[in-house]
Design a protein around this ligand. Structure first.
Ligand SMILES: Nc1ncnc2c1ncn2[C@@H]1O[C@H](COP(=O)(O)OP(=O)(O)O)[C@@H](O)[C@H]1O
Ligand SMILES: [Mg+2]
Length: 357
């Protein structure tokens, strides 16, 4: 680890795992609690030169520390080192969504919807606590390789950085590729700005890259404000999913979903409408979820008798197995026939005995 501290606070730095606009991220060890943590060392100039900045930073860090949700990376601790801020967070073993898409290419509609729903739950929760994320992007979404869950990280980090990071070009904090038109224009943000950024992430999942790219941040910002996203050339994607994406990426806030809850509902309905094997969206295991226990037992019994039939030499692949009640009917007719014969014989013998004897 050349030119890097071995410790930050009580944490022992083990490996640099990422570097972004905001700073450097390390996998580290907490020797006290004996667990792995992720340490983020913010690269911006340190806040706290004046009392107001310190108070603002602390207030925001405390708000983030209060967020407890299964789809949000937990903030454990914060401090300063060499006049720079650092944060200790839950270490998520896996890779970021950005890395997953850039390595493996676009995701299926089903996986995209699954990730979107998890991240929307995180956003709904934080908006409920009156906290905007301000930097929703694919590299801030971590995919836990053990559970497959998506976790949103770096809450409020954009705000924790100094206002000096506001670029001289007038572009507000954030990452240009994911910034809403209002954020690009330095206008006030609200919940719908986070939903626009999530729309950019969904577009990236489905097409492989964000909708607006350019060399200069200002050129990207211009596209967010004035241009429509290029169409995604994947005919198999459900039109209803494309409609959700269009609405999330609307230029005017008023044309977007009014809340994370509303967007989540739209995605839930999409799942209900499209649950078919060909839609590419999650298919419910029909006979386990939808049928009653009694129905399931009947189905199992049927399957059992079909399996026995096939062992007896029937066609195992046949969808049109003879109903198992037919042999019983045949037996009944044979029994009726035999009884009829017995009765006829009895009558003949009786007639012979009575009239011939
Ligand atoms: N809590 C964490 N656990 C595991 N890896 C992380 C964590 N936070 C960040 N990372 C990794 O470090 C990378 C850099 O993070 P960051 O400095 O926030 O930059 P950016 O989000 O702009 O890529 C992320 O893309 C991710 O791969
Ligand atoms: Mg980040």
């Amino acid at each position: 680890m050349p030119n890097s501290p071995a410790h930050i606070g009580r944490y022992l730095l083990e490996e640099e795992i990422g570097r972004g606009g905001a700073g450097t991220v390390w996998r580290a060890r907490d020797p006290l609690l004996q667990r792995e943590v992720a340490i983020k060392l913010l690269s911006g100039p340190m806040l706290g030169e004046n009392r107001d900045d310190t108070q603002r930073f602390l207030a925001e860090a405390r708000a983030i520390a209060r967020l407890v949700h299964q789809n949000i990376v937990v903030l454990y601790d914060y401090g300063t080192e060499d006049r720079r801020h650092w944060l200790a967070m839950q270490y998520v073993k896996g890779r970021s969504l950005a890395k997953a898409v850039s390595k493996d290419g676009p995701l299926s509609a089903a996986r995209t919807v699954e990730i979107a729903r998890q991240i929307l739950r995180a956003i709904r929760y934080s908006h409920g606590q009156h906290l905007l994320h301000r930097d929703v992007k694919s590299s801030n979404i971590l995919l836990d390789e053990e559970t497959g869950m998506a976790l949103l990280g770096d809450f409020g980090i954009a705000l924790l950085q100094d206002s000096e990071r506001l670029t001289t070009e007038g572009v507000a904090l954030g990452t240009p590729e994911y910034m809403s038109p209002e954020q690009c224009q330095g206008m006030p943000l609200d919940e719908r700005s986070d939903l626009y950024s999530l729309g950019v992430v969904l577009y990236e999942c489905l097409s492989g890259k964000p909708p607006f790219l350019a060399e200069a941040p200002l050129a990207i910002a211009y596209k967010h404000v004035h241009e429509q996203p290029p169409p995604i050339q994947r005919s198999e994607l459900p039109p209803a999913l494309m409609a959700i994406l269009r609405k999330a990426l609307a230029k005017k806030k008023e044309d977007r979903y009014s809340s994370a809850e509303a967007m989540l509902e739209a995605l839930d309905q999409l799942g209900d409408r499209n649950r078919s094997p060909s839609s590419g969206l999650p298919v419910l295991p029909a006979e386990t979820n939808l049928r009653s226990g009694r129905e399931r037992r009947l189905i199992d019994r049927r399957r059992g008798s079909r399996r026995q039939d096939s062992r007896r030499g029937g066609d195992p692949g046949s969808e049109h197995d003879a109903p198992s009640s037919i042999p019983h009917k045949q037996l009944l007719w044979i029994a009726v026939g035999v009884l009829g014969l017995v009765a006829a014989t009895f009558l003949m013998v009786a007639w012979f005995v009575l009239f011939k004897a």
